[in-house]
Design a protein around this ligand. Structure first.
Ligand SMILES: NC(=O)c1ccc[n+]([C@@H]2O[C@H](COP(=O)([O-])OP(=O)(O)OC[C@H]3O[C@@H](n4cnc5c(N)ncnc54)[C@H](OP(=O)(O)O)[C@@H]3O)[C@@H](O)[C@H]2O)c1
Length: 254
């Protein structure tokens, strides 16, 4: 059985990835902080798909060592890595503690970098495997550390996709738009004003991402609205794109 390691599989997009990959015959290694929720997801996957599901509780903001060791274990190779775990910050840069800003970079950048670096050599040696880094359409809009981290994830993945071309291994950035998950509630963001047509469904998002990966795309942007946004944003005058960052009411608050 091939094995997939998914970070952040206890909710939202990561849970959808874990379920879809289990349905496609992958065994799962499940990584996030909440050990009880990880066990429930593992039980669900074992019962529903006969999947071997391993739980590896870890806070990716502070220590990725155990996950990196698991990814380097050649006796139990990982064929599919989904770097998905993440969170948002409701307040703007100047209103946040530096620890929160740095913690965001630790999860969205440092952990993604380290886990990808740990898994790729074995994949290339075995001439098979895939890495999906969950980025965001926010990568195309400069709005603080979150957007900057996602711009890094998209650029990093695109660069690696070229580097591994022809090796039998694929790397892809997945750039979702607004998706119904626990993300906004956890960050205490009020989303009541967002029109329903802008919301994506996590299951459909992951189906589209897996299709794009099979087609060899380096960046997947599911949904017509977000495809159009991703195509248009880099072509707009930068001052217009920057103007979106000026709207935050707390932007000068310390
Ligand atoms: N929802 C959206 O609109 C949207 C749009 C674009 C991109 N994204 C990106 O999609 C990814 C998944 O987000 P989601 O929307 O599915 O959010 P979610 O429903 O809140 O799920 C987040 C997952 O990440 C895990 N996680 C968070 N911090 C972690 C840490 N420090 N260490 C380990 N695991 C951690 C959580 O598990 P535990 O609590 O158990 O640790 C949970 O399983 C994120 O990278 C996010 O930036 C989301």
């Amino acid at each position: 059985m091939p094995t997939a390691l998914v970070t952040g599989p206890t909710a939202g997009i990561g849970l959808a990835f874990a379920r879809k990959l289990a349905a496609r015959g992958f065994d799962l290694v499940l990584v996030s902080r909440d050990a009880d929720r990880l066990s429930s997801v593992a039980d669900e996957l074992r019962a529903g798909h006969g999947t071997a599901a391993e739980v590896l509780p870890a806070d990716l903001a502070s220590d990725t060592t155990a996950v990196e060791e698991r990814l380097r274990d050649t006796a139990r190779p990982v064929d599919f890595l989904v770097n998905n775990a993440g969170h948002g910050l409701r307040k703007p840069f100047l209103a946040n503690d530096i620890a929160d800003e740095e913690g965001l970079l630790d999860v969205h950048v440092r952990a993604v970098l380290r886990l990808t670096h740990a898994v790729l050599p074995g994949m290339i040696e075995r001439r098979r495997g895939a890495v999906v880094n969950v980025s965001s359409v926010a990568a195309w809009v400069p709005r603080g550390t979150y957007s900057a981290a996602k711009a890094w994830a998209t650029s990093f993945s695109e660069g690696l996709a070229s580097q591994v071309d022809g090796s039998g291994v694929r790397v892809m950035a997945l750039a979702p738009g607004f998706t119904r998950t626990e993300f906004h509630e956890r960050a205490e963001m009020s989303m009541s004003g967002l029109p329903s047509w802008l919301w994506l469904d996590a299951d459909k998002l992951v189906d589209a991402a897996l299709r794009d990966l099979n087609r060899g795309k380096a960046v997947s942007v599911p949904g017509a609205v977000y495809k159009a946004a991703a195509a248009a944003l880099p072509r707009l005058p930068r001052r217009l794109v920057r103007a979106t960052g000026r709207r935050h009411p707390d932007r000068h608050r310390r």
